[in-house]
Design a protein around this ligand. Structure first.
Ligand code: UDP
Ligand code: MG
Length: 314
């Protein structure tokens, strides 16, 4: 019998986990495959780990990895992909915004159409406010123009993949992981199903505006070097404008003499140009910092305990 490995990153999900597990049990009963539920406790400060231990005690299909601190969802996904077993692997949020029952259809489509990946796209973002929707739309426009890897705003991380795809993703060993990009980078035959994303079942979102903003920058820097080209081009444009202005000033001085004046405009030009310079230095800095982190070769996550430790203690 085929086996599906389900990876669930959890950060302070004590409220959602019981609902999630219940839903997942229903799905597992309906499907004619074996299951492995691999929960990744991303340094939760609430009772998440206790709940996971409880699941693991009662249910042999449940496994967990518990991090030594919060390493972020990306790290949790990576750890999950590295440790999960199964011929097929899927990723789900613990808050039921990735409804487990969709897995039934996803699996059917994957098998029937002989695909490598079946993912979910949302029709709606009704659970997000206007500001978040607006910035998300702008961000993906920018991302789209900068990167060659296709990424859409409504693509969830929820997708069912074959073992081959998982191995391909794991072969990308970078430290700065931006899963959305990595998933699409590897390619393979993909089909997107659409659905209405429900509200979070319980608890609060773990993503602040700032966290999303820096994550967004990671996406651009991780999948495009075009911002560097852009800064070089704007630099050239500015040089060209400067030459033009020098020419105009020389001409003006020759015709009308040299009356002292124009310092406010000069001040503005200086401030503007130094602003542009600092901005582009910042862009270069972003890339440099990624190189710096990449060369350190620090682990993406550190595991403190797993379900195997639990068995040893008994
Ligand atoms: N998550 C995580 N580590 C983090 C933040 C989030 O493992 O540092 C998990 C979280 O427990 C959930 C999933 O990632 O299962 C998605 O998070 P959330 O629902 O807060 O994001 P949203 O749906 O609001 O984008
Ligand atoms: Mg969510």
């Amino acid at each position: 019998m085929k086996k599906i490995g389900v990876i669930v990153p959890c950060y302070n999900e004590e409220e959602s986990l019981p609902y999630f597990y219940k839903e997942m049990q229903k799905v597992m009963e309906q499907m004619d495959v074996e299951f492995e539920l691999l929960f990744v406790n991303d340094g939760s400060k609430d009772k998440t780990l206790d709940i996971l231990k409880d699941f693991a005690k009662k249910d042999e299909r449940v496994r967990f990895l518990s991090f030594s601190r919060n390493f972020g969802k990306e790290a949790a996904i990576y750890a999950g992909l590295q440790h999960v077993n199964g011929d097929y692997v899927t990723l789900m949020d613990a808050d039921l915004q990735d409804p487990p029952e969709k897995l039934i259809l996803m699996y059917q489509v994957l098998i029937k159409e002989n695909l490598d990946i079946v993912g979910l796209k949302t029709n709606n973002h009704k659970n997000y406010g206007f500001v978040r929707k607006f910035f998300t739309a702008c961000y993906y426009k920018i991302l789209g123009t900068f990167t060659t890897v296709p990424m859409a705003p409504n693509e969830r991380d929820y997708r069912l993949m074959t073992r081959q795809v998982v191995d391909a993703i794991l072969s990308l060993e970078e430290y700065n992981r931006y899963s959305k990009g990595l998933f699409n980078f590897v390619g393979f035959d993909t089909k997107w199903l659409t659905y209405d994303a429900p509200e979070r079942v319980a608890g609060k979102t773990k993503w602040s505006f700032w966290k999303l903003f820096t994550y967004g920058i990671d996406g651009i820097v991780g999948f495009s070097t075009k911002p560097l080209v852009l800064s070089a081009m704007i630099g050239i444009l500015f040089c060209f404008i400067a030459f033009l202005m020098i020419f105009v000033i020389i001409l003006k001085t020759l015709i009308w003499g040299d009356p002292v004046g124009g310092w406010p405009s000069l001040a503005c030009i200086i401030i503007f140009c130094s602003g542009v310079q600092l901005f582009f230095l910042g862009i270069i800095g972003e890339y440099l910092s990624k190189v710096y982190l990449e060369t350190k070769k620090r682990p993406v996550y550190i595991i403190k305990e797993t379900e195997k430790d639990m068995k040893k203690k008994r």
